[in-house]
Write a protein that binds this ligand. Structure first.
Ligand code: GCO
Length: 513
């Protein structure tokens, strides 16, 4: 995951990752991913309790434009339509998350049957359409009641998570193909408790490190609980956003090492090796002695995984800050004041060469290939799955005027300029979205995945983020990652060109020309 030599995008002679006609193994999975708070809406329905993201998004100034997940894509009420879209896109698998506060409104106590019923309908609907259910137990919507007791900084939250996993395992443990405990615990810990960019919005380095450990513990406790109750033979996994870290300059090795420890090995260490890395403990010694790691915890966390989920979007470029010049902070995460890198005050994140997505993240498919190869080298027997990859872009929207205007002889079709999505009158309809940038991004990253396969990486599949435009956390609805467009006024879904392209790929496991 690290590379201490200076590497930038578009190195001379490097592949451009635009191959066509590549063929993937017949059993290679092509799926798509979403998360509960980003798509469901219906936050007050059927007994769902409040989550930290409800509180956070309703706190003025926290989310761009004051956007919330109250309605989101209204997936909760449009489940069948969305399932039919997945089927039409030929998805082999669908990665969704279960909202803990729908199952246990306060994070403890008996299951809320209406919450279980919703996910049961989703799972059955997938299976009926031949789509494998890949369930994530936690994609950031912690019950607010547990945050009030200390959230992930408290050990009791990990223990409650084990109980939640048992409830969900008992309910769905006959039908889930792959269980994923956590999505990106890096974000939950460091953005939630360190930088403050995500819920609960705290900026406390000690709490961030405590959260790292309690999330790791929650992962282990959940797998133990699931193994005790499921009745089919599922796969167990976790999804990590592992950082591809490049170093700038000859003396950057220590900066690379430190970010690798915080960003990657803080999770892969205990989960895949059964220990926290010594350098991580040393780097953070002024913040904590890690006394919250209790005897026996590491055995619980160190669970064999059938597959390791990897989320990849872009790379990081770091160097040791000279302590004098203004410090750059281009780590790709919304800067709201706090640091998501506890103890790494001497590390500077440098702006990288473009091109960039709408998030400002550099597009570098080579980073994905490098990441997969380094995981193969570090964990040779660990099967891998790309559980997220994708891009936000300003989509070019193709409009058709309403039938009444067309009947009146109006020439009815035009394209809106990129970024302009609301120029049509209320009666006109989006009929197509020409997202050539996104198709290009996906093509190049899927090519990178194929190159890794050719080099012996045990890569089992790829999930595009995201099935549909949705609530992009602190950015609200301003960033569109979907391969299906969602009109946030009408909630109408329109598959973009990327969705048609992806459907062709998924139907044949051959990269379209
Ligand atoms: C994450 C999450 C997703 C995001 C996506 C784009 O990686 O942050 O898993 O929920 O929406 O990654 O930022």
């Amino acid at each position: 995951m690290t590379d201490s030599t200076t590497t930038t995008a578009a190195t001379e002679g490097a592949p451009d990752y635009r191959d066509g006609g590549l063929v993937f193994p017949a059993d290679f999975t092509f799926g798509s991913a979403t998360a509960s708070y980003q798509i469901e809406g219906a936050v007050h329905e059927d007994g769902r309790g409040p989550s930290i993201w409800d509180t956070f998004s309703h706190t003025p100034g926290r989310v761009f434009n004051g956007d919330t997940g109250d309605v989101a894509d209204d997936h909760y009420h449009r489940l069948d339509e969305d399932l039919d879209i997945m089927k039409a896109l030929n998805l082999h698998a669908y990665r969704f998350s279960i909202a803990w506060p729908r199952i246990q409104p306060t994070g403890r106590g008996p299951a809320n049957q209406a919450g279980l019923d919703f996910y049961s309908r989703l799972i059955d609907g997938l299976i009926a359409r031949g789509i494998r259910p890949v369930a994530t137990l936690y994609h950031w919507d912690l019950p607010q009641a547990l945050e009030d007791e200390g959230g992930w900084a408290a050990r009791s939250t990990a223990e409650a998570f084990g109980e939640y996993a048992r409830i969900v395992g008992e309910a769905f443990g006959d039908r889930i193909h792959t269980w994923t405990t956590l999505n990106e615990p890096w974000c939950s810990a460091y953005l939630g408790y360190g930088s403050g960019a995500h819920a609960p919005g705290l900026t406390d380095p000690l709490k961030a490190l405590r959260a790292v450990h309690h999330l790791n513990l929650a992962h282990g406790l959940a797998i133990e609980a699931l193994r005790g109750v499921v009745t089919n033979d599922p796969q167990y996994s976790v999804t990590l956003n592992l950082h591809v870290i490049r170093g700038e300059g000859d003396d950057s090795a220590d900066a690379v090492r430190q970010i690798d420890a915080l960003g990657n090995r803080a999770f892969t260490g205990p989960m895949l090796r059964g220990a926290y890395p010594a350098d991580l403990l040393a780097d953070t010694a002024s913040i904590t002695d890690w006394g919250f790691v209790l005897e026996g915890d590491l055995e619980i966390i160190h669970q064999p995984l059938d597959v390791l989920g990897v989320n990849y979007y872009s790379t990081n470029l770091v160097r040791v800050w000279d302590g004098v010049s203004p410090k750059q902070n281009a780590d790709g995460h919304k800067d709201v004041g706090g640091s998501p890198w506890p103890g790494a005050d001497r590390v500077e994140f440098l702006q990288q060469p473009g091109p960039y997505t709408e998030m400002g993240w550099n597009i570098e498919p080579a980073g994905l290939e490098d990441l997969l190869l380094s995981l193969r080298d570090e964990f040779p027997n660990q099967p891998l799955m790309i559980t997220e990859n994708g891009a936000a872009f300003d989509d070019s929207v193709h409009l058709e005027l309403a039938a009444t205007d067309a009947a009146a002889g109006v020439v009815a079709v035009h394209d809106a300029a990129p970024g302009v999505v609301a120029v049509h009158d209320a009666a006109s309809e989006v009929v197509a979205v020409h997202d050539a940038d996104r198709v290009d991004y996906l093509r190049r990253h899927i090519t990178a995945a194929h190159r890794a396969l050719e080099q012996g990486v045990d890569l089992r599949g790829y999930f595009v983020w995201s099935l549909m435009d949705n609530f992009e956390w602190g950015y609200g609805y301003s960033k569109r990652f979907g391969i299906v467009r969602v009109d946030y006024d009408t909630l109408v879904r329109v598959p973009k060109d990327s969705a048609h392209w992806y459907a062709e790929l998924a139907s044949s496991n051959r990269l379209p020309d």
